[in-house]
Every structure is written in C-alpha cells, then in structure tokens.
Design a protein around this ligand. Structure first.
Ligand code: HEM
Length: 480
C-alpha cells in the first residue's frame, strides 16, 4: 500500500523491460516526470524500484548492510566469469578485505611507474596498427580503444609476463569471458549454451595461467616487481590467513574485467567527442605545449597534474557517458524512504541511476552539452551544487574496510558509485585515460567524417553502455 507508484505496462512479466532496455536514461527521465524521483517498474518479472536524484543515490548506495545487498544480484553474472570465493561469491566483509588488498597496489608510487608503461603501449600500438598508417585515414574507434585499454591495463596492472600473453592466447580467452557478461545471462547464466561453455573453459584456463605464474614466482622465491600479484601474494585476511592461490587468480581476473569495459567505453567516448569538437582537441594540444614544453617530453605521472583540461575531459565525458547506468541492490528488510510515505518491501530490487542527476538541469547548466571547460572555476556552465557537495559532505570520510571513502553519496555526480561498493579503480582509470588521451592528442587531429559536430548514439544492449558501432572518425597525423 505504501509502495512507490508502478510504471504503467501492458504485460505482467515483461512489464517495462523493453522500454527500459532500449534506453535506460530516457526511461528514467520520462517516468520521473510522471511519477517523481521514486517509482517502481517491472524488469523481467521483478519489481524494480528506481530512486533518482542525490537523495536516491544516497539512499541506495549508502544503504546499510542489513538493508541492501549487491552480491545476490550480481553473483550469477560475475561468479562464472571471475571464479569462486571472490567479490560477489563471498560475504561482503570478505569483499571489503579483498578491495583493501587490490587497492593497496594502486598507490602514487605505482602510478608513477604506470604512466610511462601506458604511454609506451599507446605509442607502440599507434605505430604498428595498419589503420593508423600514413598521414590520414578513417577508423572505427571502439575496437581500437578496446585494444589500447586491454594492453595498457594488463601491462600496468598485471605486469609484462601477462601483458605479453595478450598477443597470443589471452585476448581470445578474455573475449570469451566477456560474453558471460551479456544481460541475457541474468536469466541464462546456468544454461549449457555454447557461449557459456566457452566462458567456463576460458575462466579455468585464465585462472590456471595466473596460478602457474604464482607458483613459478614462489618457486623462484621472487621478490622482484611489487605489482598487484605480488601484493595479493603477500596479503593476509584477518587472523593472519593467507590468500589462497585460486582467490589471487580470480581477483586478477576481476580487476582486469572491472576496468576493461568502463575504461574502454569511456576512452571511445572521449575520442568521439573530440572528433565532434576539434577546437577542444586543439585546446588540449596547446595545454600540453604550454605546461609541459614545446618539445613535449615523455609523459610522467607528475605531468598529469599540470593538465587540468585533460582531467576535465575525463570528468565531463563520464558525466554524459557513465558506462554503468544502473546499479542494483536486493532489499533485505522493508526500507522506509525518508521524507515520503513509501516503504520498499523485500520483494523489490533497488536501482540507483546516478547518471540521471549528472544530466539534470538543476545541477548542470545546459546539461546535455559536452563542455569540458565547465569544470573550470568561474565557468558560466560550472555545476551549481556539486561544488558545495564536494566541499561540505565529501569532507566526511568513512572506512568500510578498504580505506577511507567519502561518506556523502548525496551528490548528483557519482560515476564511480559510492559507499561500500564504491569503485577502487577511479585513480587508476584517471591515470590510464588521461595518459591515453595525452598521447593521442600528441599524434593526431580528429574530426567527424562528415565534418559535423554530431555524436553517435549509445548502445545499451550489454551490461556496460558504450557507443553504437561502427563509430568512425577521420584522423590526420599532427606534423612536427
Ligand atoms: C565498482 C565505475 C574503472 C574496479 C564500481 C562502481 C562503479 C564503477 C559505478 C560501483 C558499482 C556498484 O555499486 O554496484 C567505474 C568506472 C570506471 C571504473 C566509470 C572507469 C572509467 C575501474 C577500474 C578498476 C575497477 C580500472 C580496477 C582497477 C572496481 C571494483 C569495484 C568497482 C573492484 C568494487 C565492486 C564492489 O565493491 O561491489 N566501479 N569503474 N573499476 N570498480 Fe570500477
């Protein structure tokens, strides 16, 4: 009786699955206009309650552990891909410890090593790739960015021995793992279908590659590179319990998979947006010349801090193109929604969509305009309330077990989520994306093939949203 309003639909089980699935952001916006910030719709037969806006973000993402649960929703998809006993195939307290282990390797010191690694990978990729040979050409961006992302992420996060295997077997195996993330697998994850069989074979094979590497390192008594695998091998759970090899292997898979789609989609959007705004690409080039020197020396981690427009590009692109449009939680106890008469019952799933507030006029003037300069102080398009949120609420920190994170999820801009499930990869993603961007800007000028300022639509058919393909742009090599 005190449930939020139910979105009108014709068929009981299908409900709004189709309209939601085709364009989730539009679905959220249209229904928000009809029903308010909190409403329920039927997704594959399940009552799914959306709560948009900063209050909704906070309500869901900072929900108490006894009230909301992520693993119940995600495990069917992630466990066959990552493997057992990690992330959503274990109690939340164990995930919090695992996030601490993973995060420990993502330090400033590590990032200092990653920037040259990432730059070199991008440079070498641009040199050896046929589609970038010559003075100019046309290229379908997303497949290229997917490759650049996997080469840079695997080299930085997993070391050279694993990176080199991506030229051989690992690329295909990870592709098969990926197929496990099709939304259809929310229902068919268990089915002995060809792509699920390939997924399971790939999971076993990739896990074995990591476990063999761990054994070799142990046999050699290796203390060399202090990479993520090294950190995981030297981490212990509470009570001094070492992390079993299979869990290390599964966390290595999870780390790479978690970053791959979101980073690859974001870097594609960055390149496509630049093609639609060649003037901004020139601003970026000039920023590098001005702040790093006309000879454009090899990029360092310290340089990134001198390139605020490069940082703003990532920020602005994630505002309009956050790859994770729906964050879901199972409801474990009836949850009263503060300030309303609603109580969310335990047979509902909660859905947070921070992308809605990130494109809301109330917080971002001309919300649909991609304008990286809006993140500059005193820009007429500067976010209105975000700055207050950042200075007041974000000061309050909380530790869920994996390090301090900002307590306030009461923000309209949360591309990396909030609360106990918040992203640990934000800094890495920023380092990776800004470095890739800087190197591309040094090499190319982009524009749309037809010279227009159009941008392609979004593909919502897989779990992470990304540009529709093909998404071709025209490139021209930057001379001297
Ligand atoms: C969690 C976004 C890159 C590792 C999350 C969440 C979001 C997110 C929204 C919260 C999910 C939820 O609450 O259910 C992004 C975006 C990225 C990115 C937009 C890039 C642009 C990465 C990278 C890594 C990573 C590079 C690894 C190095 C993780 C992990 C979690 C997470 C381990 C925790 C999941 C949990 O606690 O349930 N990310 N991410 N992410 N992300 Fe990222």
């Amino acid at each position: 009786p005190n449930e939020p309003p139910l979105v009108f639909h014709w068929f009981p089980l299908i409900g709004s699955t189709i309209t939601y699935g085709m364009d989730p952001p539009r679905f959220f916006k249209e229904n928000r206009e009809k029903y308010g910030d909190c409403f329920t719709f039927i997704l594959l037969g399940k009552k799914t309650t959306v709560y948009v806006g900063p209050k909704g973000n906070d309500f869901i993402l900072n929900g108490k552990i006894r009230d909301v649960n992520a693993e119940e929703i995600y495990t069917v998809l992630t466990t066959p891909v990552f493997g057992k006993d990690v992330v959503y195939d274990c109690p939340n307290s164990k995930l919090m410890e695992q996030k601490k282990f993973m995060k420990i390797a993502l330090t400033t010191e590590a990032f200092r090593q990653y920037v040259p690694i990432i730059s070199d990978e991008v440079t070498s990729y641009l040199k050896r790739t046929a589609d970038f040979k010559g003075k100019s050409g046309i290229v379908d961006i997303p497949p290229k960015m997917a490759q650049i992302t996997i080469f840079t992420a695997s080299h930085a996060l997993q070391g050279k021995e694993i990176r080199d295997k991506f030229d051989e077997t690992l690329a295909d195996l990870y592709h098969d793992l990926d197929m496990g993330f099709s939304p259809i697998n929310f229902m068919l994850h268990w089915a002995p279908l060809p792509w699920n069989n390939r997924r399971d074979y790939a999971q076993r094979t990739v896990a074995k590659i990591y476990m063999d590497t761990i054994k070799e390192r142990r046999a050699r008594g290796e203390t060399g590179a202090q990479d993520i695998m090294w950190h995981l091998m030297n981490s212990t759970y509470k009570g001094d319990v070492p992390v079993p090899d299979h869990e290390i292997a599964h966390m290595m898979i999870a780390l790479l998979m978690a970053g791959q789609h979101s980073s690859s989609s974001t870097s594609s959007w960055i390149m496509l947006r630049l093609a639609s705004r060649p003037d901004i690409m020139e601003d970026l080039y000039n920023e590098q010349v001005k702040n790093l020197g006309a000879d454009l020396p090899p990029l360092t981690y310290e340089d990134l801090a001198k390139l605020p427009l490069h940082a703003a590009i990532v920020k602005e692109t994630l505002r309009l193109h956050a790859p994770i449009h729906s964050i879901m939680r199972a409801v474990k106890t009836p949850m009263p929604v503060p300030g309303t008469k609603y109580v969310i019952p335990t047979d509902h799933v909660l859905l947070a969509a921070p992308g809605v507030s990130a494109t809301d006029e109330a917080y971002f003037p001309q919300p649909d305009l991609w304008e990286p300069h809006r993140w500059e102080k005193d820009s007429p398009l500067a976010p209105t309330i975000v700055r207050n949120v950042a200075s007041e609420e974000d000061d309050e920190k909380i530790d869920y077990g994996y390090g301090l994170v900002s307590k306030g999820a009461n923000s309209p801009y949360l591309p990396f989520g909030a609360g106990r499930h918040r992203c640990i990869g934000e800094q890495f993603a920023n380092v990776q994306l800004q470095t890739i961007l800087a190197i591309i800007v040094r090499n190319f000028k982009f524009r749309n093939v037809d010279g227009s300022d159009k941008v392609i639509g979004t593909d919502y058919a897989s779990l992470f949203s990304r540009p529709l393909e093909p998404a071709k742009i025209y490139w021209e090599r930057r001379e001297g």
